[in-house]
Design a protein around this ligand. Sequence first.
Ligand SMILES: [Zn+2]
Length: 458
Amino acid sequence: MKYWIHTFLIFYSLMTLCQLQPFLNERDQLVNQWVEFKQGEVMGVIEDEHGKPMIAQLRFFDPDGAIVKRIQSNEEGSFEAVLDEGRYTLEISKGYEYEIKQLPIEVQNENPLTLTSISLARIMDWGAKQYISGDFHQHSQFSPDGRNTISEVFDANRANGLNSGALTDHNTVSGNDEWVTLAKDSNFIAIPSQEITTKQGHYVALNTTELLDITELETKNDVEKMISMIHEQGGLVQINHPGRQFLNWEQAALFDAIEIWNGRAMPPLSDQSGVETSFSYNEISKKKWFDLLSSGVKITALGNSDNHDISGGSMGASISENKTFNEWMADGWYNGNPRNYIKVEEQSITGILDGIKQGHVFITNGPLMDITMNNVSFGDTLENVVDAEISYLIASNHGNLQQLNIIADGKVIEEIPLAANVPTIGTVTLNLSAYHWVVFEVTSESFEYAISNPIYLK
Ligand SMILES: [Zn+2]
């Protein structure tokens, strides 16, 4: 079981002990009964800290820490699940700004378990720092390999605490009307999009409503044509998972964004030796992006789930020899993991697109960062810098942070230890006169990771 699960279990066990006493007594009476084929019901309501019902994600883990089921509460906060009799740990979460709760539960055939008023508090507010979170590469049933309806994908986005999202089905825009309509009366920003799947690579055409004719895009020279077709629609183009299949690196500068972190593979941590390329390509993408930055190309890095199944499954049967990889894969593949945090001037599609164009973005699967360097931040440029004062605030609801790496021109020039369980706030002054760009990276004791776009120096 992952380290943070243990941490939360210990943390909440005292709190939940009194609540669970009746169930524990009943469990003891049932110990000797034959329970193999019996199932029981679990239901309840999730609320925020003010008692307002909310949509959230629930995962049930067996005593070995394996995921048994993933569901989400509805608009009224209520949820219901049927599970085999037995003991589970119920995890309730809503992305990276709410606390994550772990409750030990007992499921019994004769005795439906009702968990009333489970409250989940928002413990961080990156919206107050003008950040919007978004996953800009997600699939529905409109893709041949997608599992879910549009409304299931929409609910999964909100259950995972996303503020915005793009629907990017393969070579179709058929789901976009429903995607945009569902978000109409909510504060979720739904961006109509499509994934252009061609022999020349895969691309997200973000904010496009008209279908692009891919039969026109068969040769390398057609990439430029594709980019202008997307720009004419008011969209942005992202190179998808380039470490896996993008070949035309000399054309990379023409794109608006590069997906250096695709949710289907491990986070771009530095050492992935022993993991097959099909699941470690993000590391290759990140290195390629560093090379582009060092050659003077400014291109915004994004990270998206590329989710095809909100249940977190469909990762493929491939099991590696690598233990770390298997642990990562067993945790599932969810919407918004990873996601982008974009600093916006307005809460709209235009605000998001402008933020991406300007590189005001960091990518994360948990850790949140707020960093300034001589009062500018990600995507900005500083001129004639010698000593740079870097102020940082790093936090996570997962609680096992390790260090903040300051990377200049591709090399780690400073490693700052982070407190595992509480936010770290600090300032460091570095002489950066020899460098051209600086990226910030947050590492943890497991797979939680975050990386920023560069602050450019000239
Ligand atoms: Zn895709």
